[in-house]
Design a protein around this ligand. Structure first.
Ligand SMILES: [Zn+2]
Length: 331
């Protein structure tokens, strides 16, 4: 129920955010609302997002609701900002969109994996590592890092030397990313808007072969990480309809043939089936907002102001002035 508390999820891109409110069972209360975020820092962005979420909820539910936490998922092109630990006195959780998707994926699986990798293969190749519900590493500053791993070893010997913008040669994504896969297609198929999906739909032999090979390269590159982290699950997401299964065939060949049986015998490789960054970041934020200390703060907060729809415990940041306008509806 909304009046049991809401979690606000913010998917932030270069110039706009998609804002959505979730109830405490993780269900969306509304469709995502677009908010322009071209100017201002993180506090201004959060205030704009709150205004959108608040007006949306207030228009449909007269019962005051309590904000429990805010989750911010950063898309690849999101501005690099400092995010506050708290917004309106409630916790803020920030992660990459990929990390948020990994969370949604992990929480949709039974049994729930404790350690998993979430691979994203497109123009760039990236991987979120989820360990006990938290993403590992500073993914926000290492966009596409996995894709810039040099490919070495037997399976790369037949590949000519490919320079990458990162400054090294034979990066994984220059060999197994979208550009390399399209380059291997028939000349009349390369220029189609969705060339890879189109080739897969036609069962193009070259596309089938190169996708499997791309999967092998990615699998070979991951072997060391798999041995180190011992994930129970690796899921794969591609932007190309129908192509994930072909990529997975090559990935499985490389991982199961190349990895030690003791490491891979319980490892599941599968295509991603839940990639909602909004749900993932909302669930992560909820987890933070319902921890003991934030709940104690919430329970000890002063009563609602008259006319207030979204309730705020003791706002304390520099945007208090703007927030007061939201709470009272006065300009
Ligand atoms: Zn590179």
């Amino acid at each position: 129920m909304p009046n049991g508390g809401v979690v606000m999820s913010v998917l932030l891109g270069a110039r706009e955010a998609k804002v959505q409110a979730f109830d405490l069972s993780g269900q969306p209360l509304s469709a995502a609302k677009r908010v322009e975020t071209g100017r201002g820092g993180s506090a201004a962005i959060l205030d704009s997002c709150l205004a959108a979420a608040s007006s949306h909820l207030n228009s449909r539910d007269p019962i005051p609701v309590q904000l429990v936490a805010t989750g911010v998922a950063l898309d690849e092109d999101a501005p690099d900002l400092e995010w506050p630990e708290y917004f309106g006195g409630r916790p803020v959780v920030v992660d990459s969109a990929l990390g948020a998707m990994a969370t949604a994926e992990a929480l949709s699986r039974t049994p729930r994996p404790q350690i998993m990798l979430f691979l994203d293969v497109g123009k760039t190749i990236d991987c979120a590592v989820l360990v006990h519900g938290r993403t590992l590493g500073v993914l926000r500053t290492s966009k596409g890092a996995l894709g810039h791993t040099p490919v070495k070893g037997t399976s790369a010997k037949s590949t000519s030397v490919l320079a990458c913008a990162c400054g090294i040669t034979n990066c994984l994504q220059s060999i197994a990313g979208e550009g390399a896969i399209i380059a291997s297609l028939r000349s009349d198929a390369k220029d189609k808007p969705d060339a890879i999906s189109d080739a897969v739909r036609r069962a193009d032999a070259a596309a089938v072969s190169v996708l499997r090979q791309a999967g092998r390269h990615i699998g070979d590159t991951l072997l060391g990480s798999i041995a180190l982290l011992r994930p129970e699950l690796i899921t794969v997401r591609t932007r190309w309809r129908g192509a994930t299964d072909l990529l997975l065939i090559g990935l499985k060949e490389a991982v199961y043939a190349g990895g030690a049986p003791a490491v891979t015998e319980n490892l599941v490789l599968a295509s991603s089936r839940n990639r909602s960054a909004a749900t993932g970041i909302a669930l992560r934020a909820m987890d933070a907002g319902l921890a003991v200390e934030p709940v104690n703060r919430l329970l000890s907060a002063p009563p609602s102001l008259s006319g207030q729809r979204i309730c705020w415990p003791a706002p304390r940041k520099s945007t208090d002035h703007q927030r007061a306008h939201l709470l009272t509806g006065r300009g």
